[in-house]
Unconditional design. Structure first.
Length: 274
């Protein structure tokens, strides 16, 4: 049974020093047999491009791990995950190397995903606004289709000179709009520091709450993204352009609601789950 909490103060000051962020465009974690594309035998570079602001990243982000989907694989294969700083002109513009990790993918992992860990965590400075996470398979003769999910909320990119795709191109442009590559990266966001909650711009109600929490912004602002963080600094919920949160799955306690508006400003307030 959840414990009831009562708060007399209208404002709360908390210290949230770090939180976990997962970069993913996929709408679920279920790898299918129909949502990928690859050049047979290798010479594949698959990528996802992440606008960090969409995930509430406001400081230095250190990537420590991630996931790669596997649709099918006929022999054990070694792929390389590389993280680059890029800009809105991707795939044009500059690719700035940030870090890399070799990953062994074993047979028997079809229609699932494998998890990887960076031997040296990849530090993304707060000055970087966009990154590309690339999974590269050399020309080995091994048939490997990186896995995808039935849905995602951003485009996937592929480059394979062997199959006539000489630079990164969207899957839509090469005739595979349903290819939704499952490439994720997870890390720690530093620098939230001490935050005073209870401002007037962001309304969170009902509060306390048991199931659905509504959020609204004053002055005609619109919700661009929303995230719920526990007192340990861990992200427990995130969504884009949502105006409500289902908190029924959360343990009773105090949480920080972080909302980014359509002007790029982040607002925070508390919610008590009982």
């Amino acid at each position: 049974m959840k414990k009831l909490f009562t708060f007399l103060a209208t404002a709360l000051v908390v210290s949230v020093n770090a939180q976990t962020i997962t970069l993913s465009h996929n709408t679920d974690d279920v790898i299918t047999d129909a949502n990928s594309v690859a050049c047979q035998g290798g010479d594949n570079q698959w990528a996802k491009v992440f606008n960090l602001a969409d995930f509430g990243v406001t400081g230095d982000l250190t990537l420590e791990s991630g996931r790669i989907g596997v649709q099918s694989l006929d022999l054990t294969e070694l792929v390389t995950v590389t993280v680059y700083a890029v800009d809105a002109s991707f795939p044009n513009g500059t690719f700035t190397f940030l870090g890399t990790q070799d990953v062994i993918i074993d047979t028997g992992t079809d229609l699932t995903y494998i998890e990887y860990t960076f031997d040296e965590p990849v530090v993304i400075p707060s000055s970087v606004s966009m990154i590309a996470v690339e999974v590269a398979q050399p020309m080995t003769g091994t048939s490997f289709f990186l896995g995808g999910t039935a849905g995602d909320n951003d485009t996937s990119w592929l480059w394979s000179s062997q199959c006539g795709v000489a630079e990164y191109t969207t899957v839509d442009a090469i005739g595979f709009p349903d290819a939704h590559f499952y490439i994720t990266a997870t890390g720690t966001l530093e620098g939230m520091g001490t935050v005073e909650l209870g401002g007037k711009t962001l309304s969170v109600y009902p509060n306390p709450a048991t199931d659905i929490v509504n959020v609204s912004l004053a002055d005609g602002l619109q919700v661009q993204s929303i995230e719920v963080v526990n007192m340990a600094g861990q992200s427990v919920y995130s969504a884009k352009a949502a105006n409500s949160i289902n908190v029924s799955f959360l343990p009773a306690g105090v949480y920080v609601v972080r909302v980014k508006d359509n002007k790029g400003v982040t607002h925070m307030n508390k919610v008590v789950v009982k």
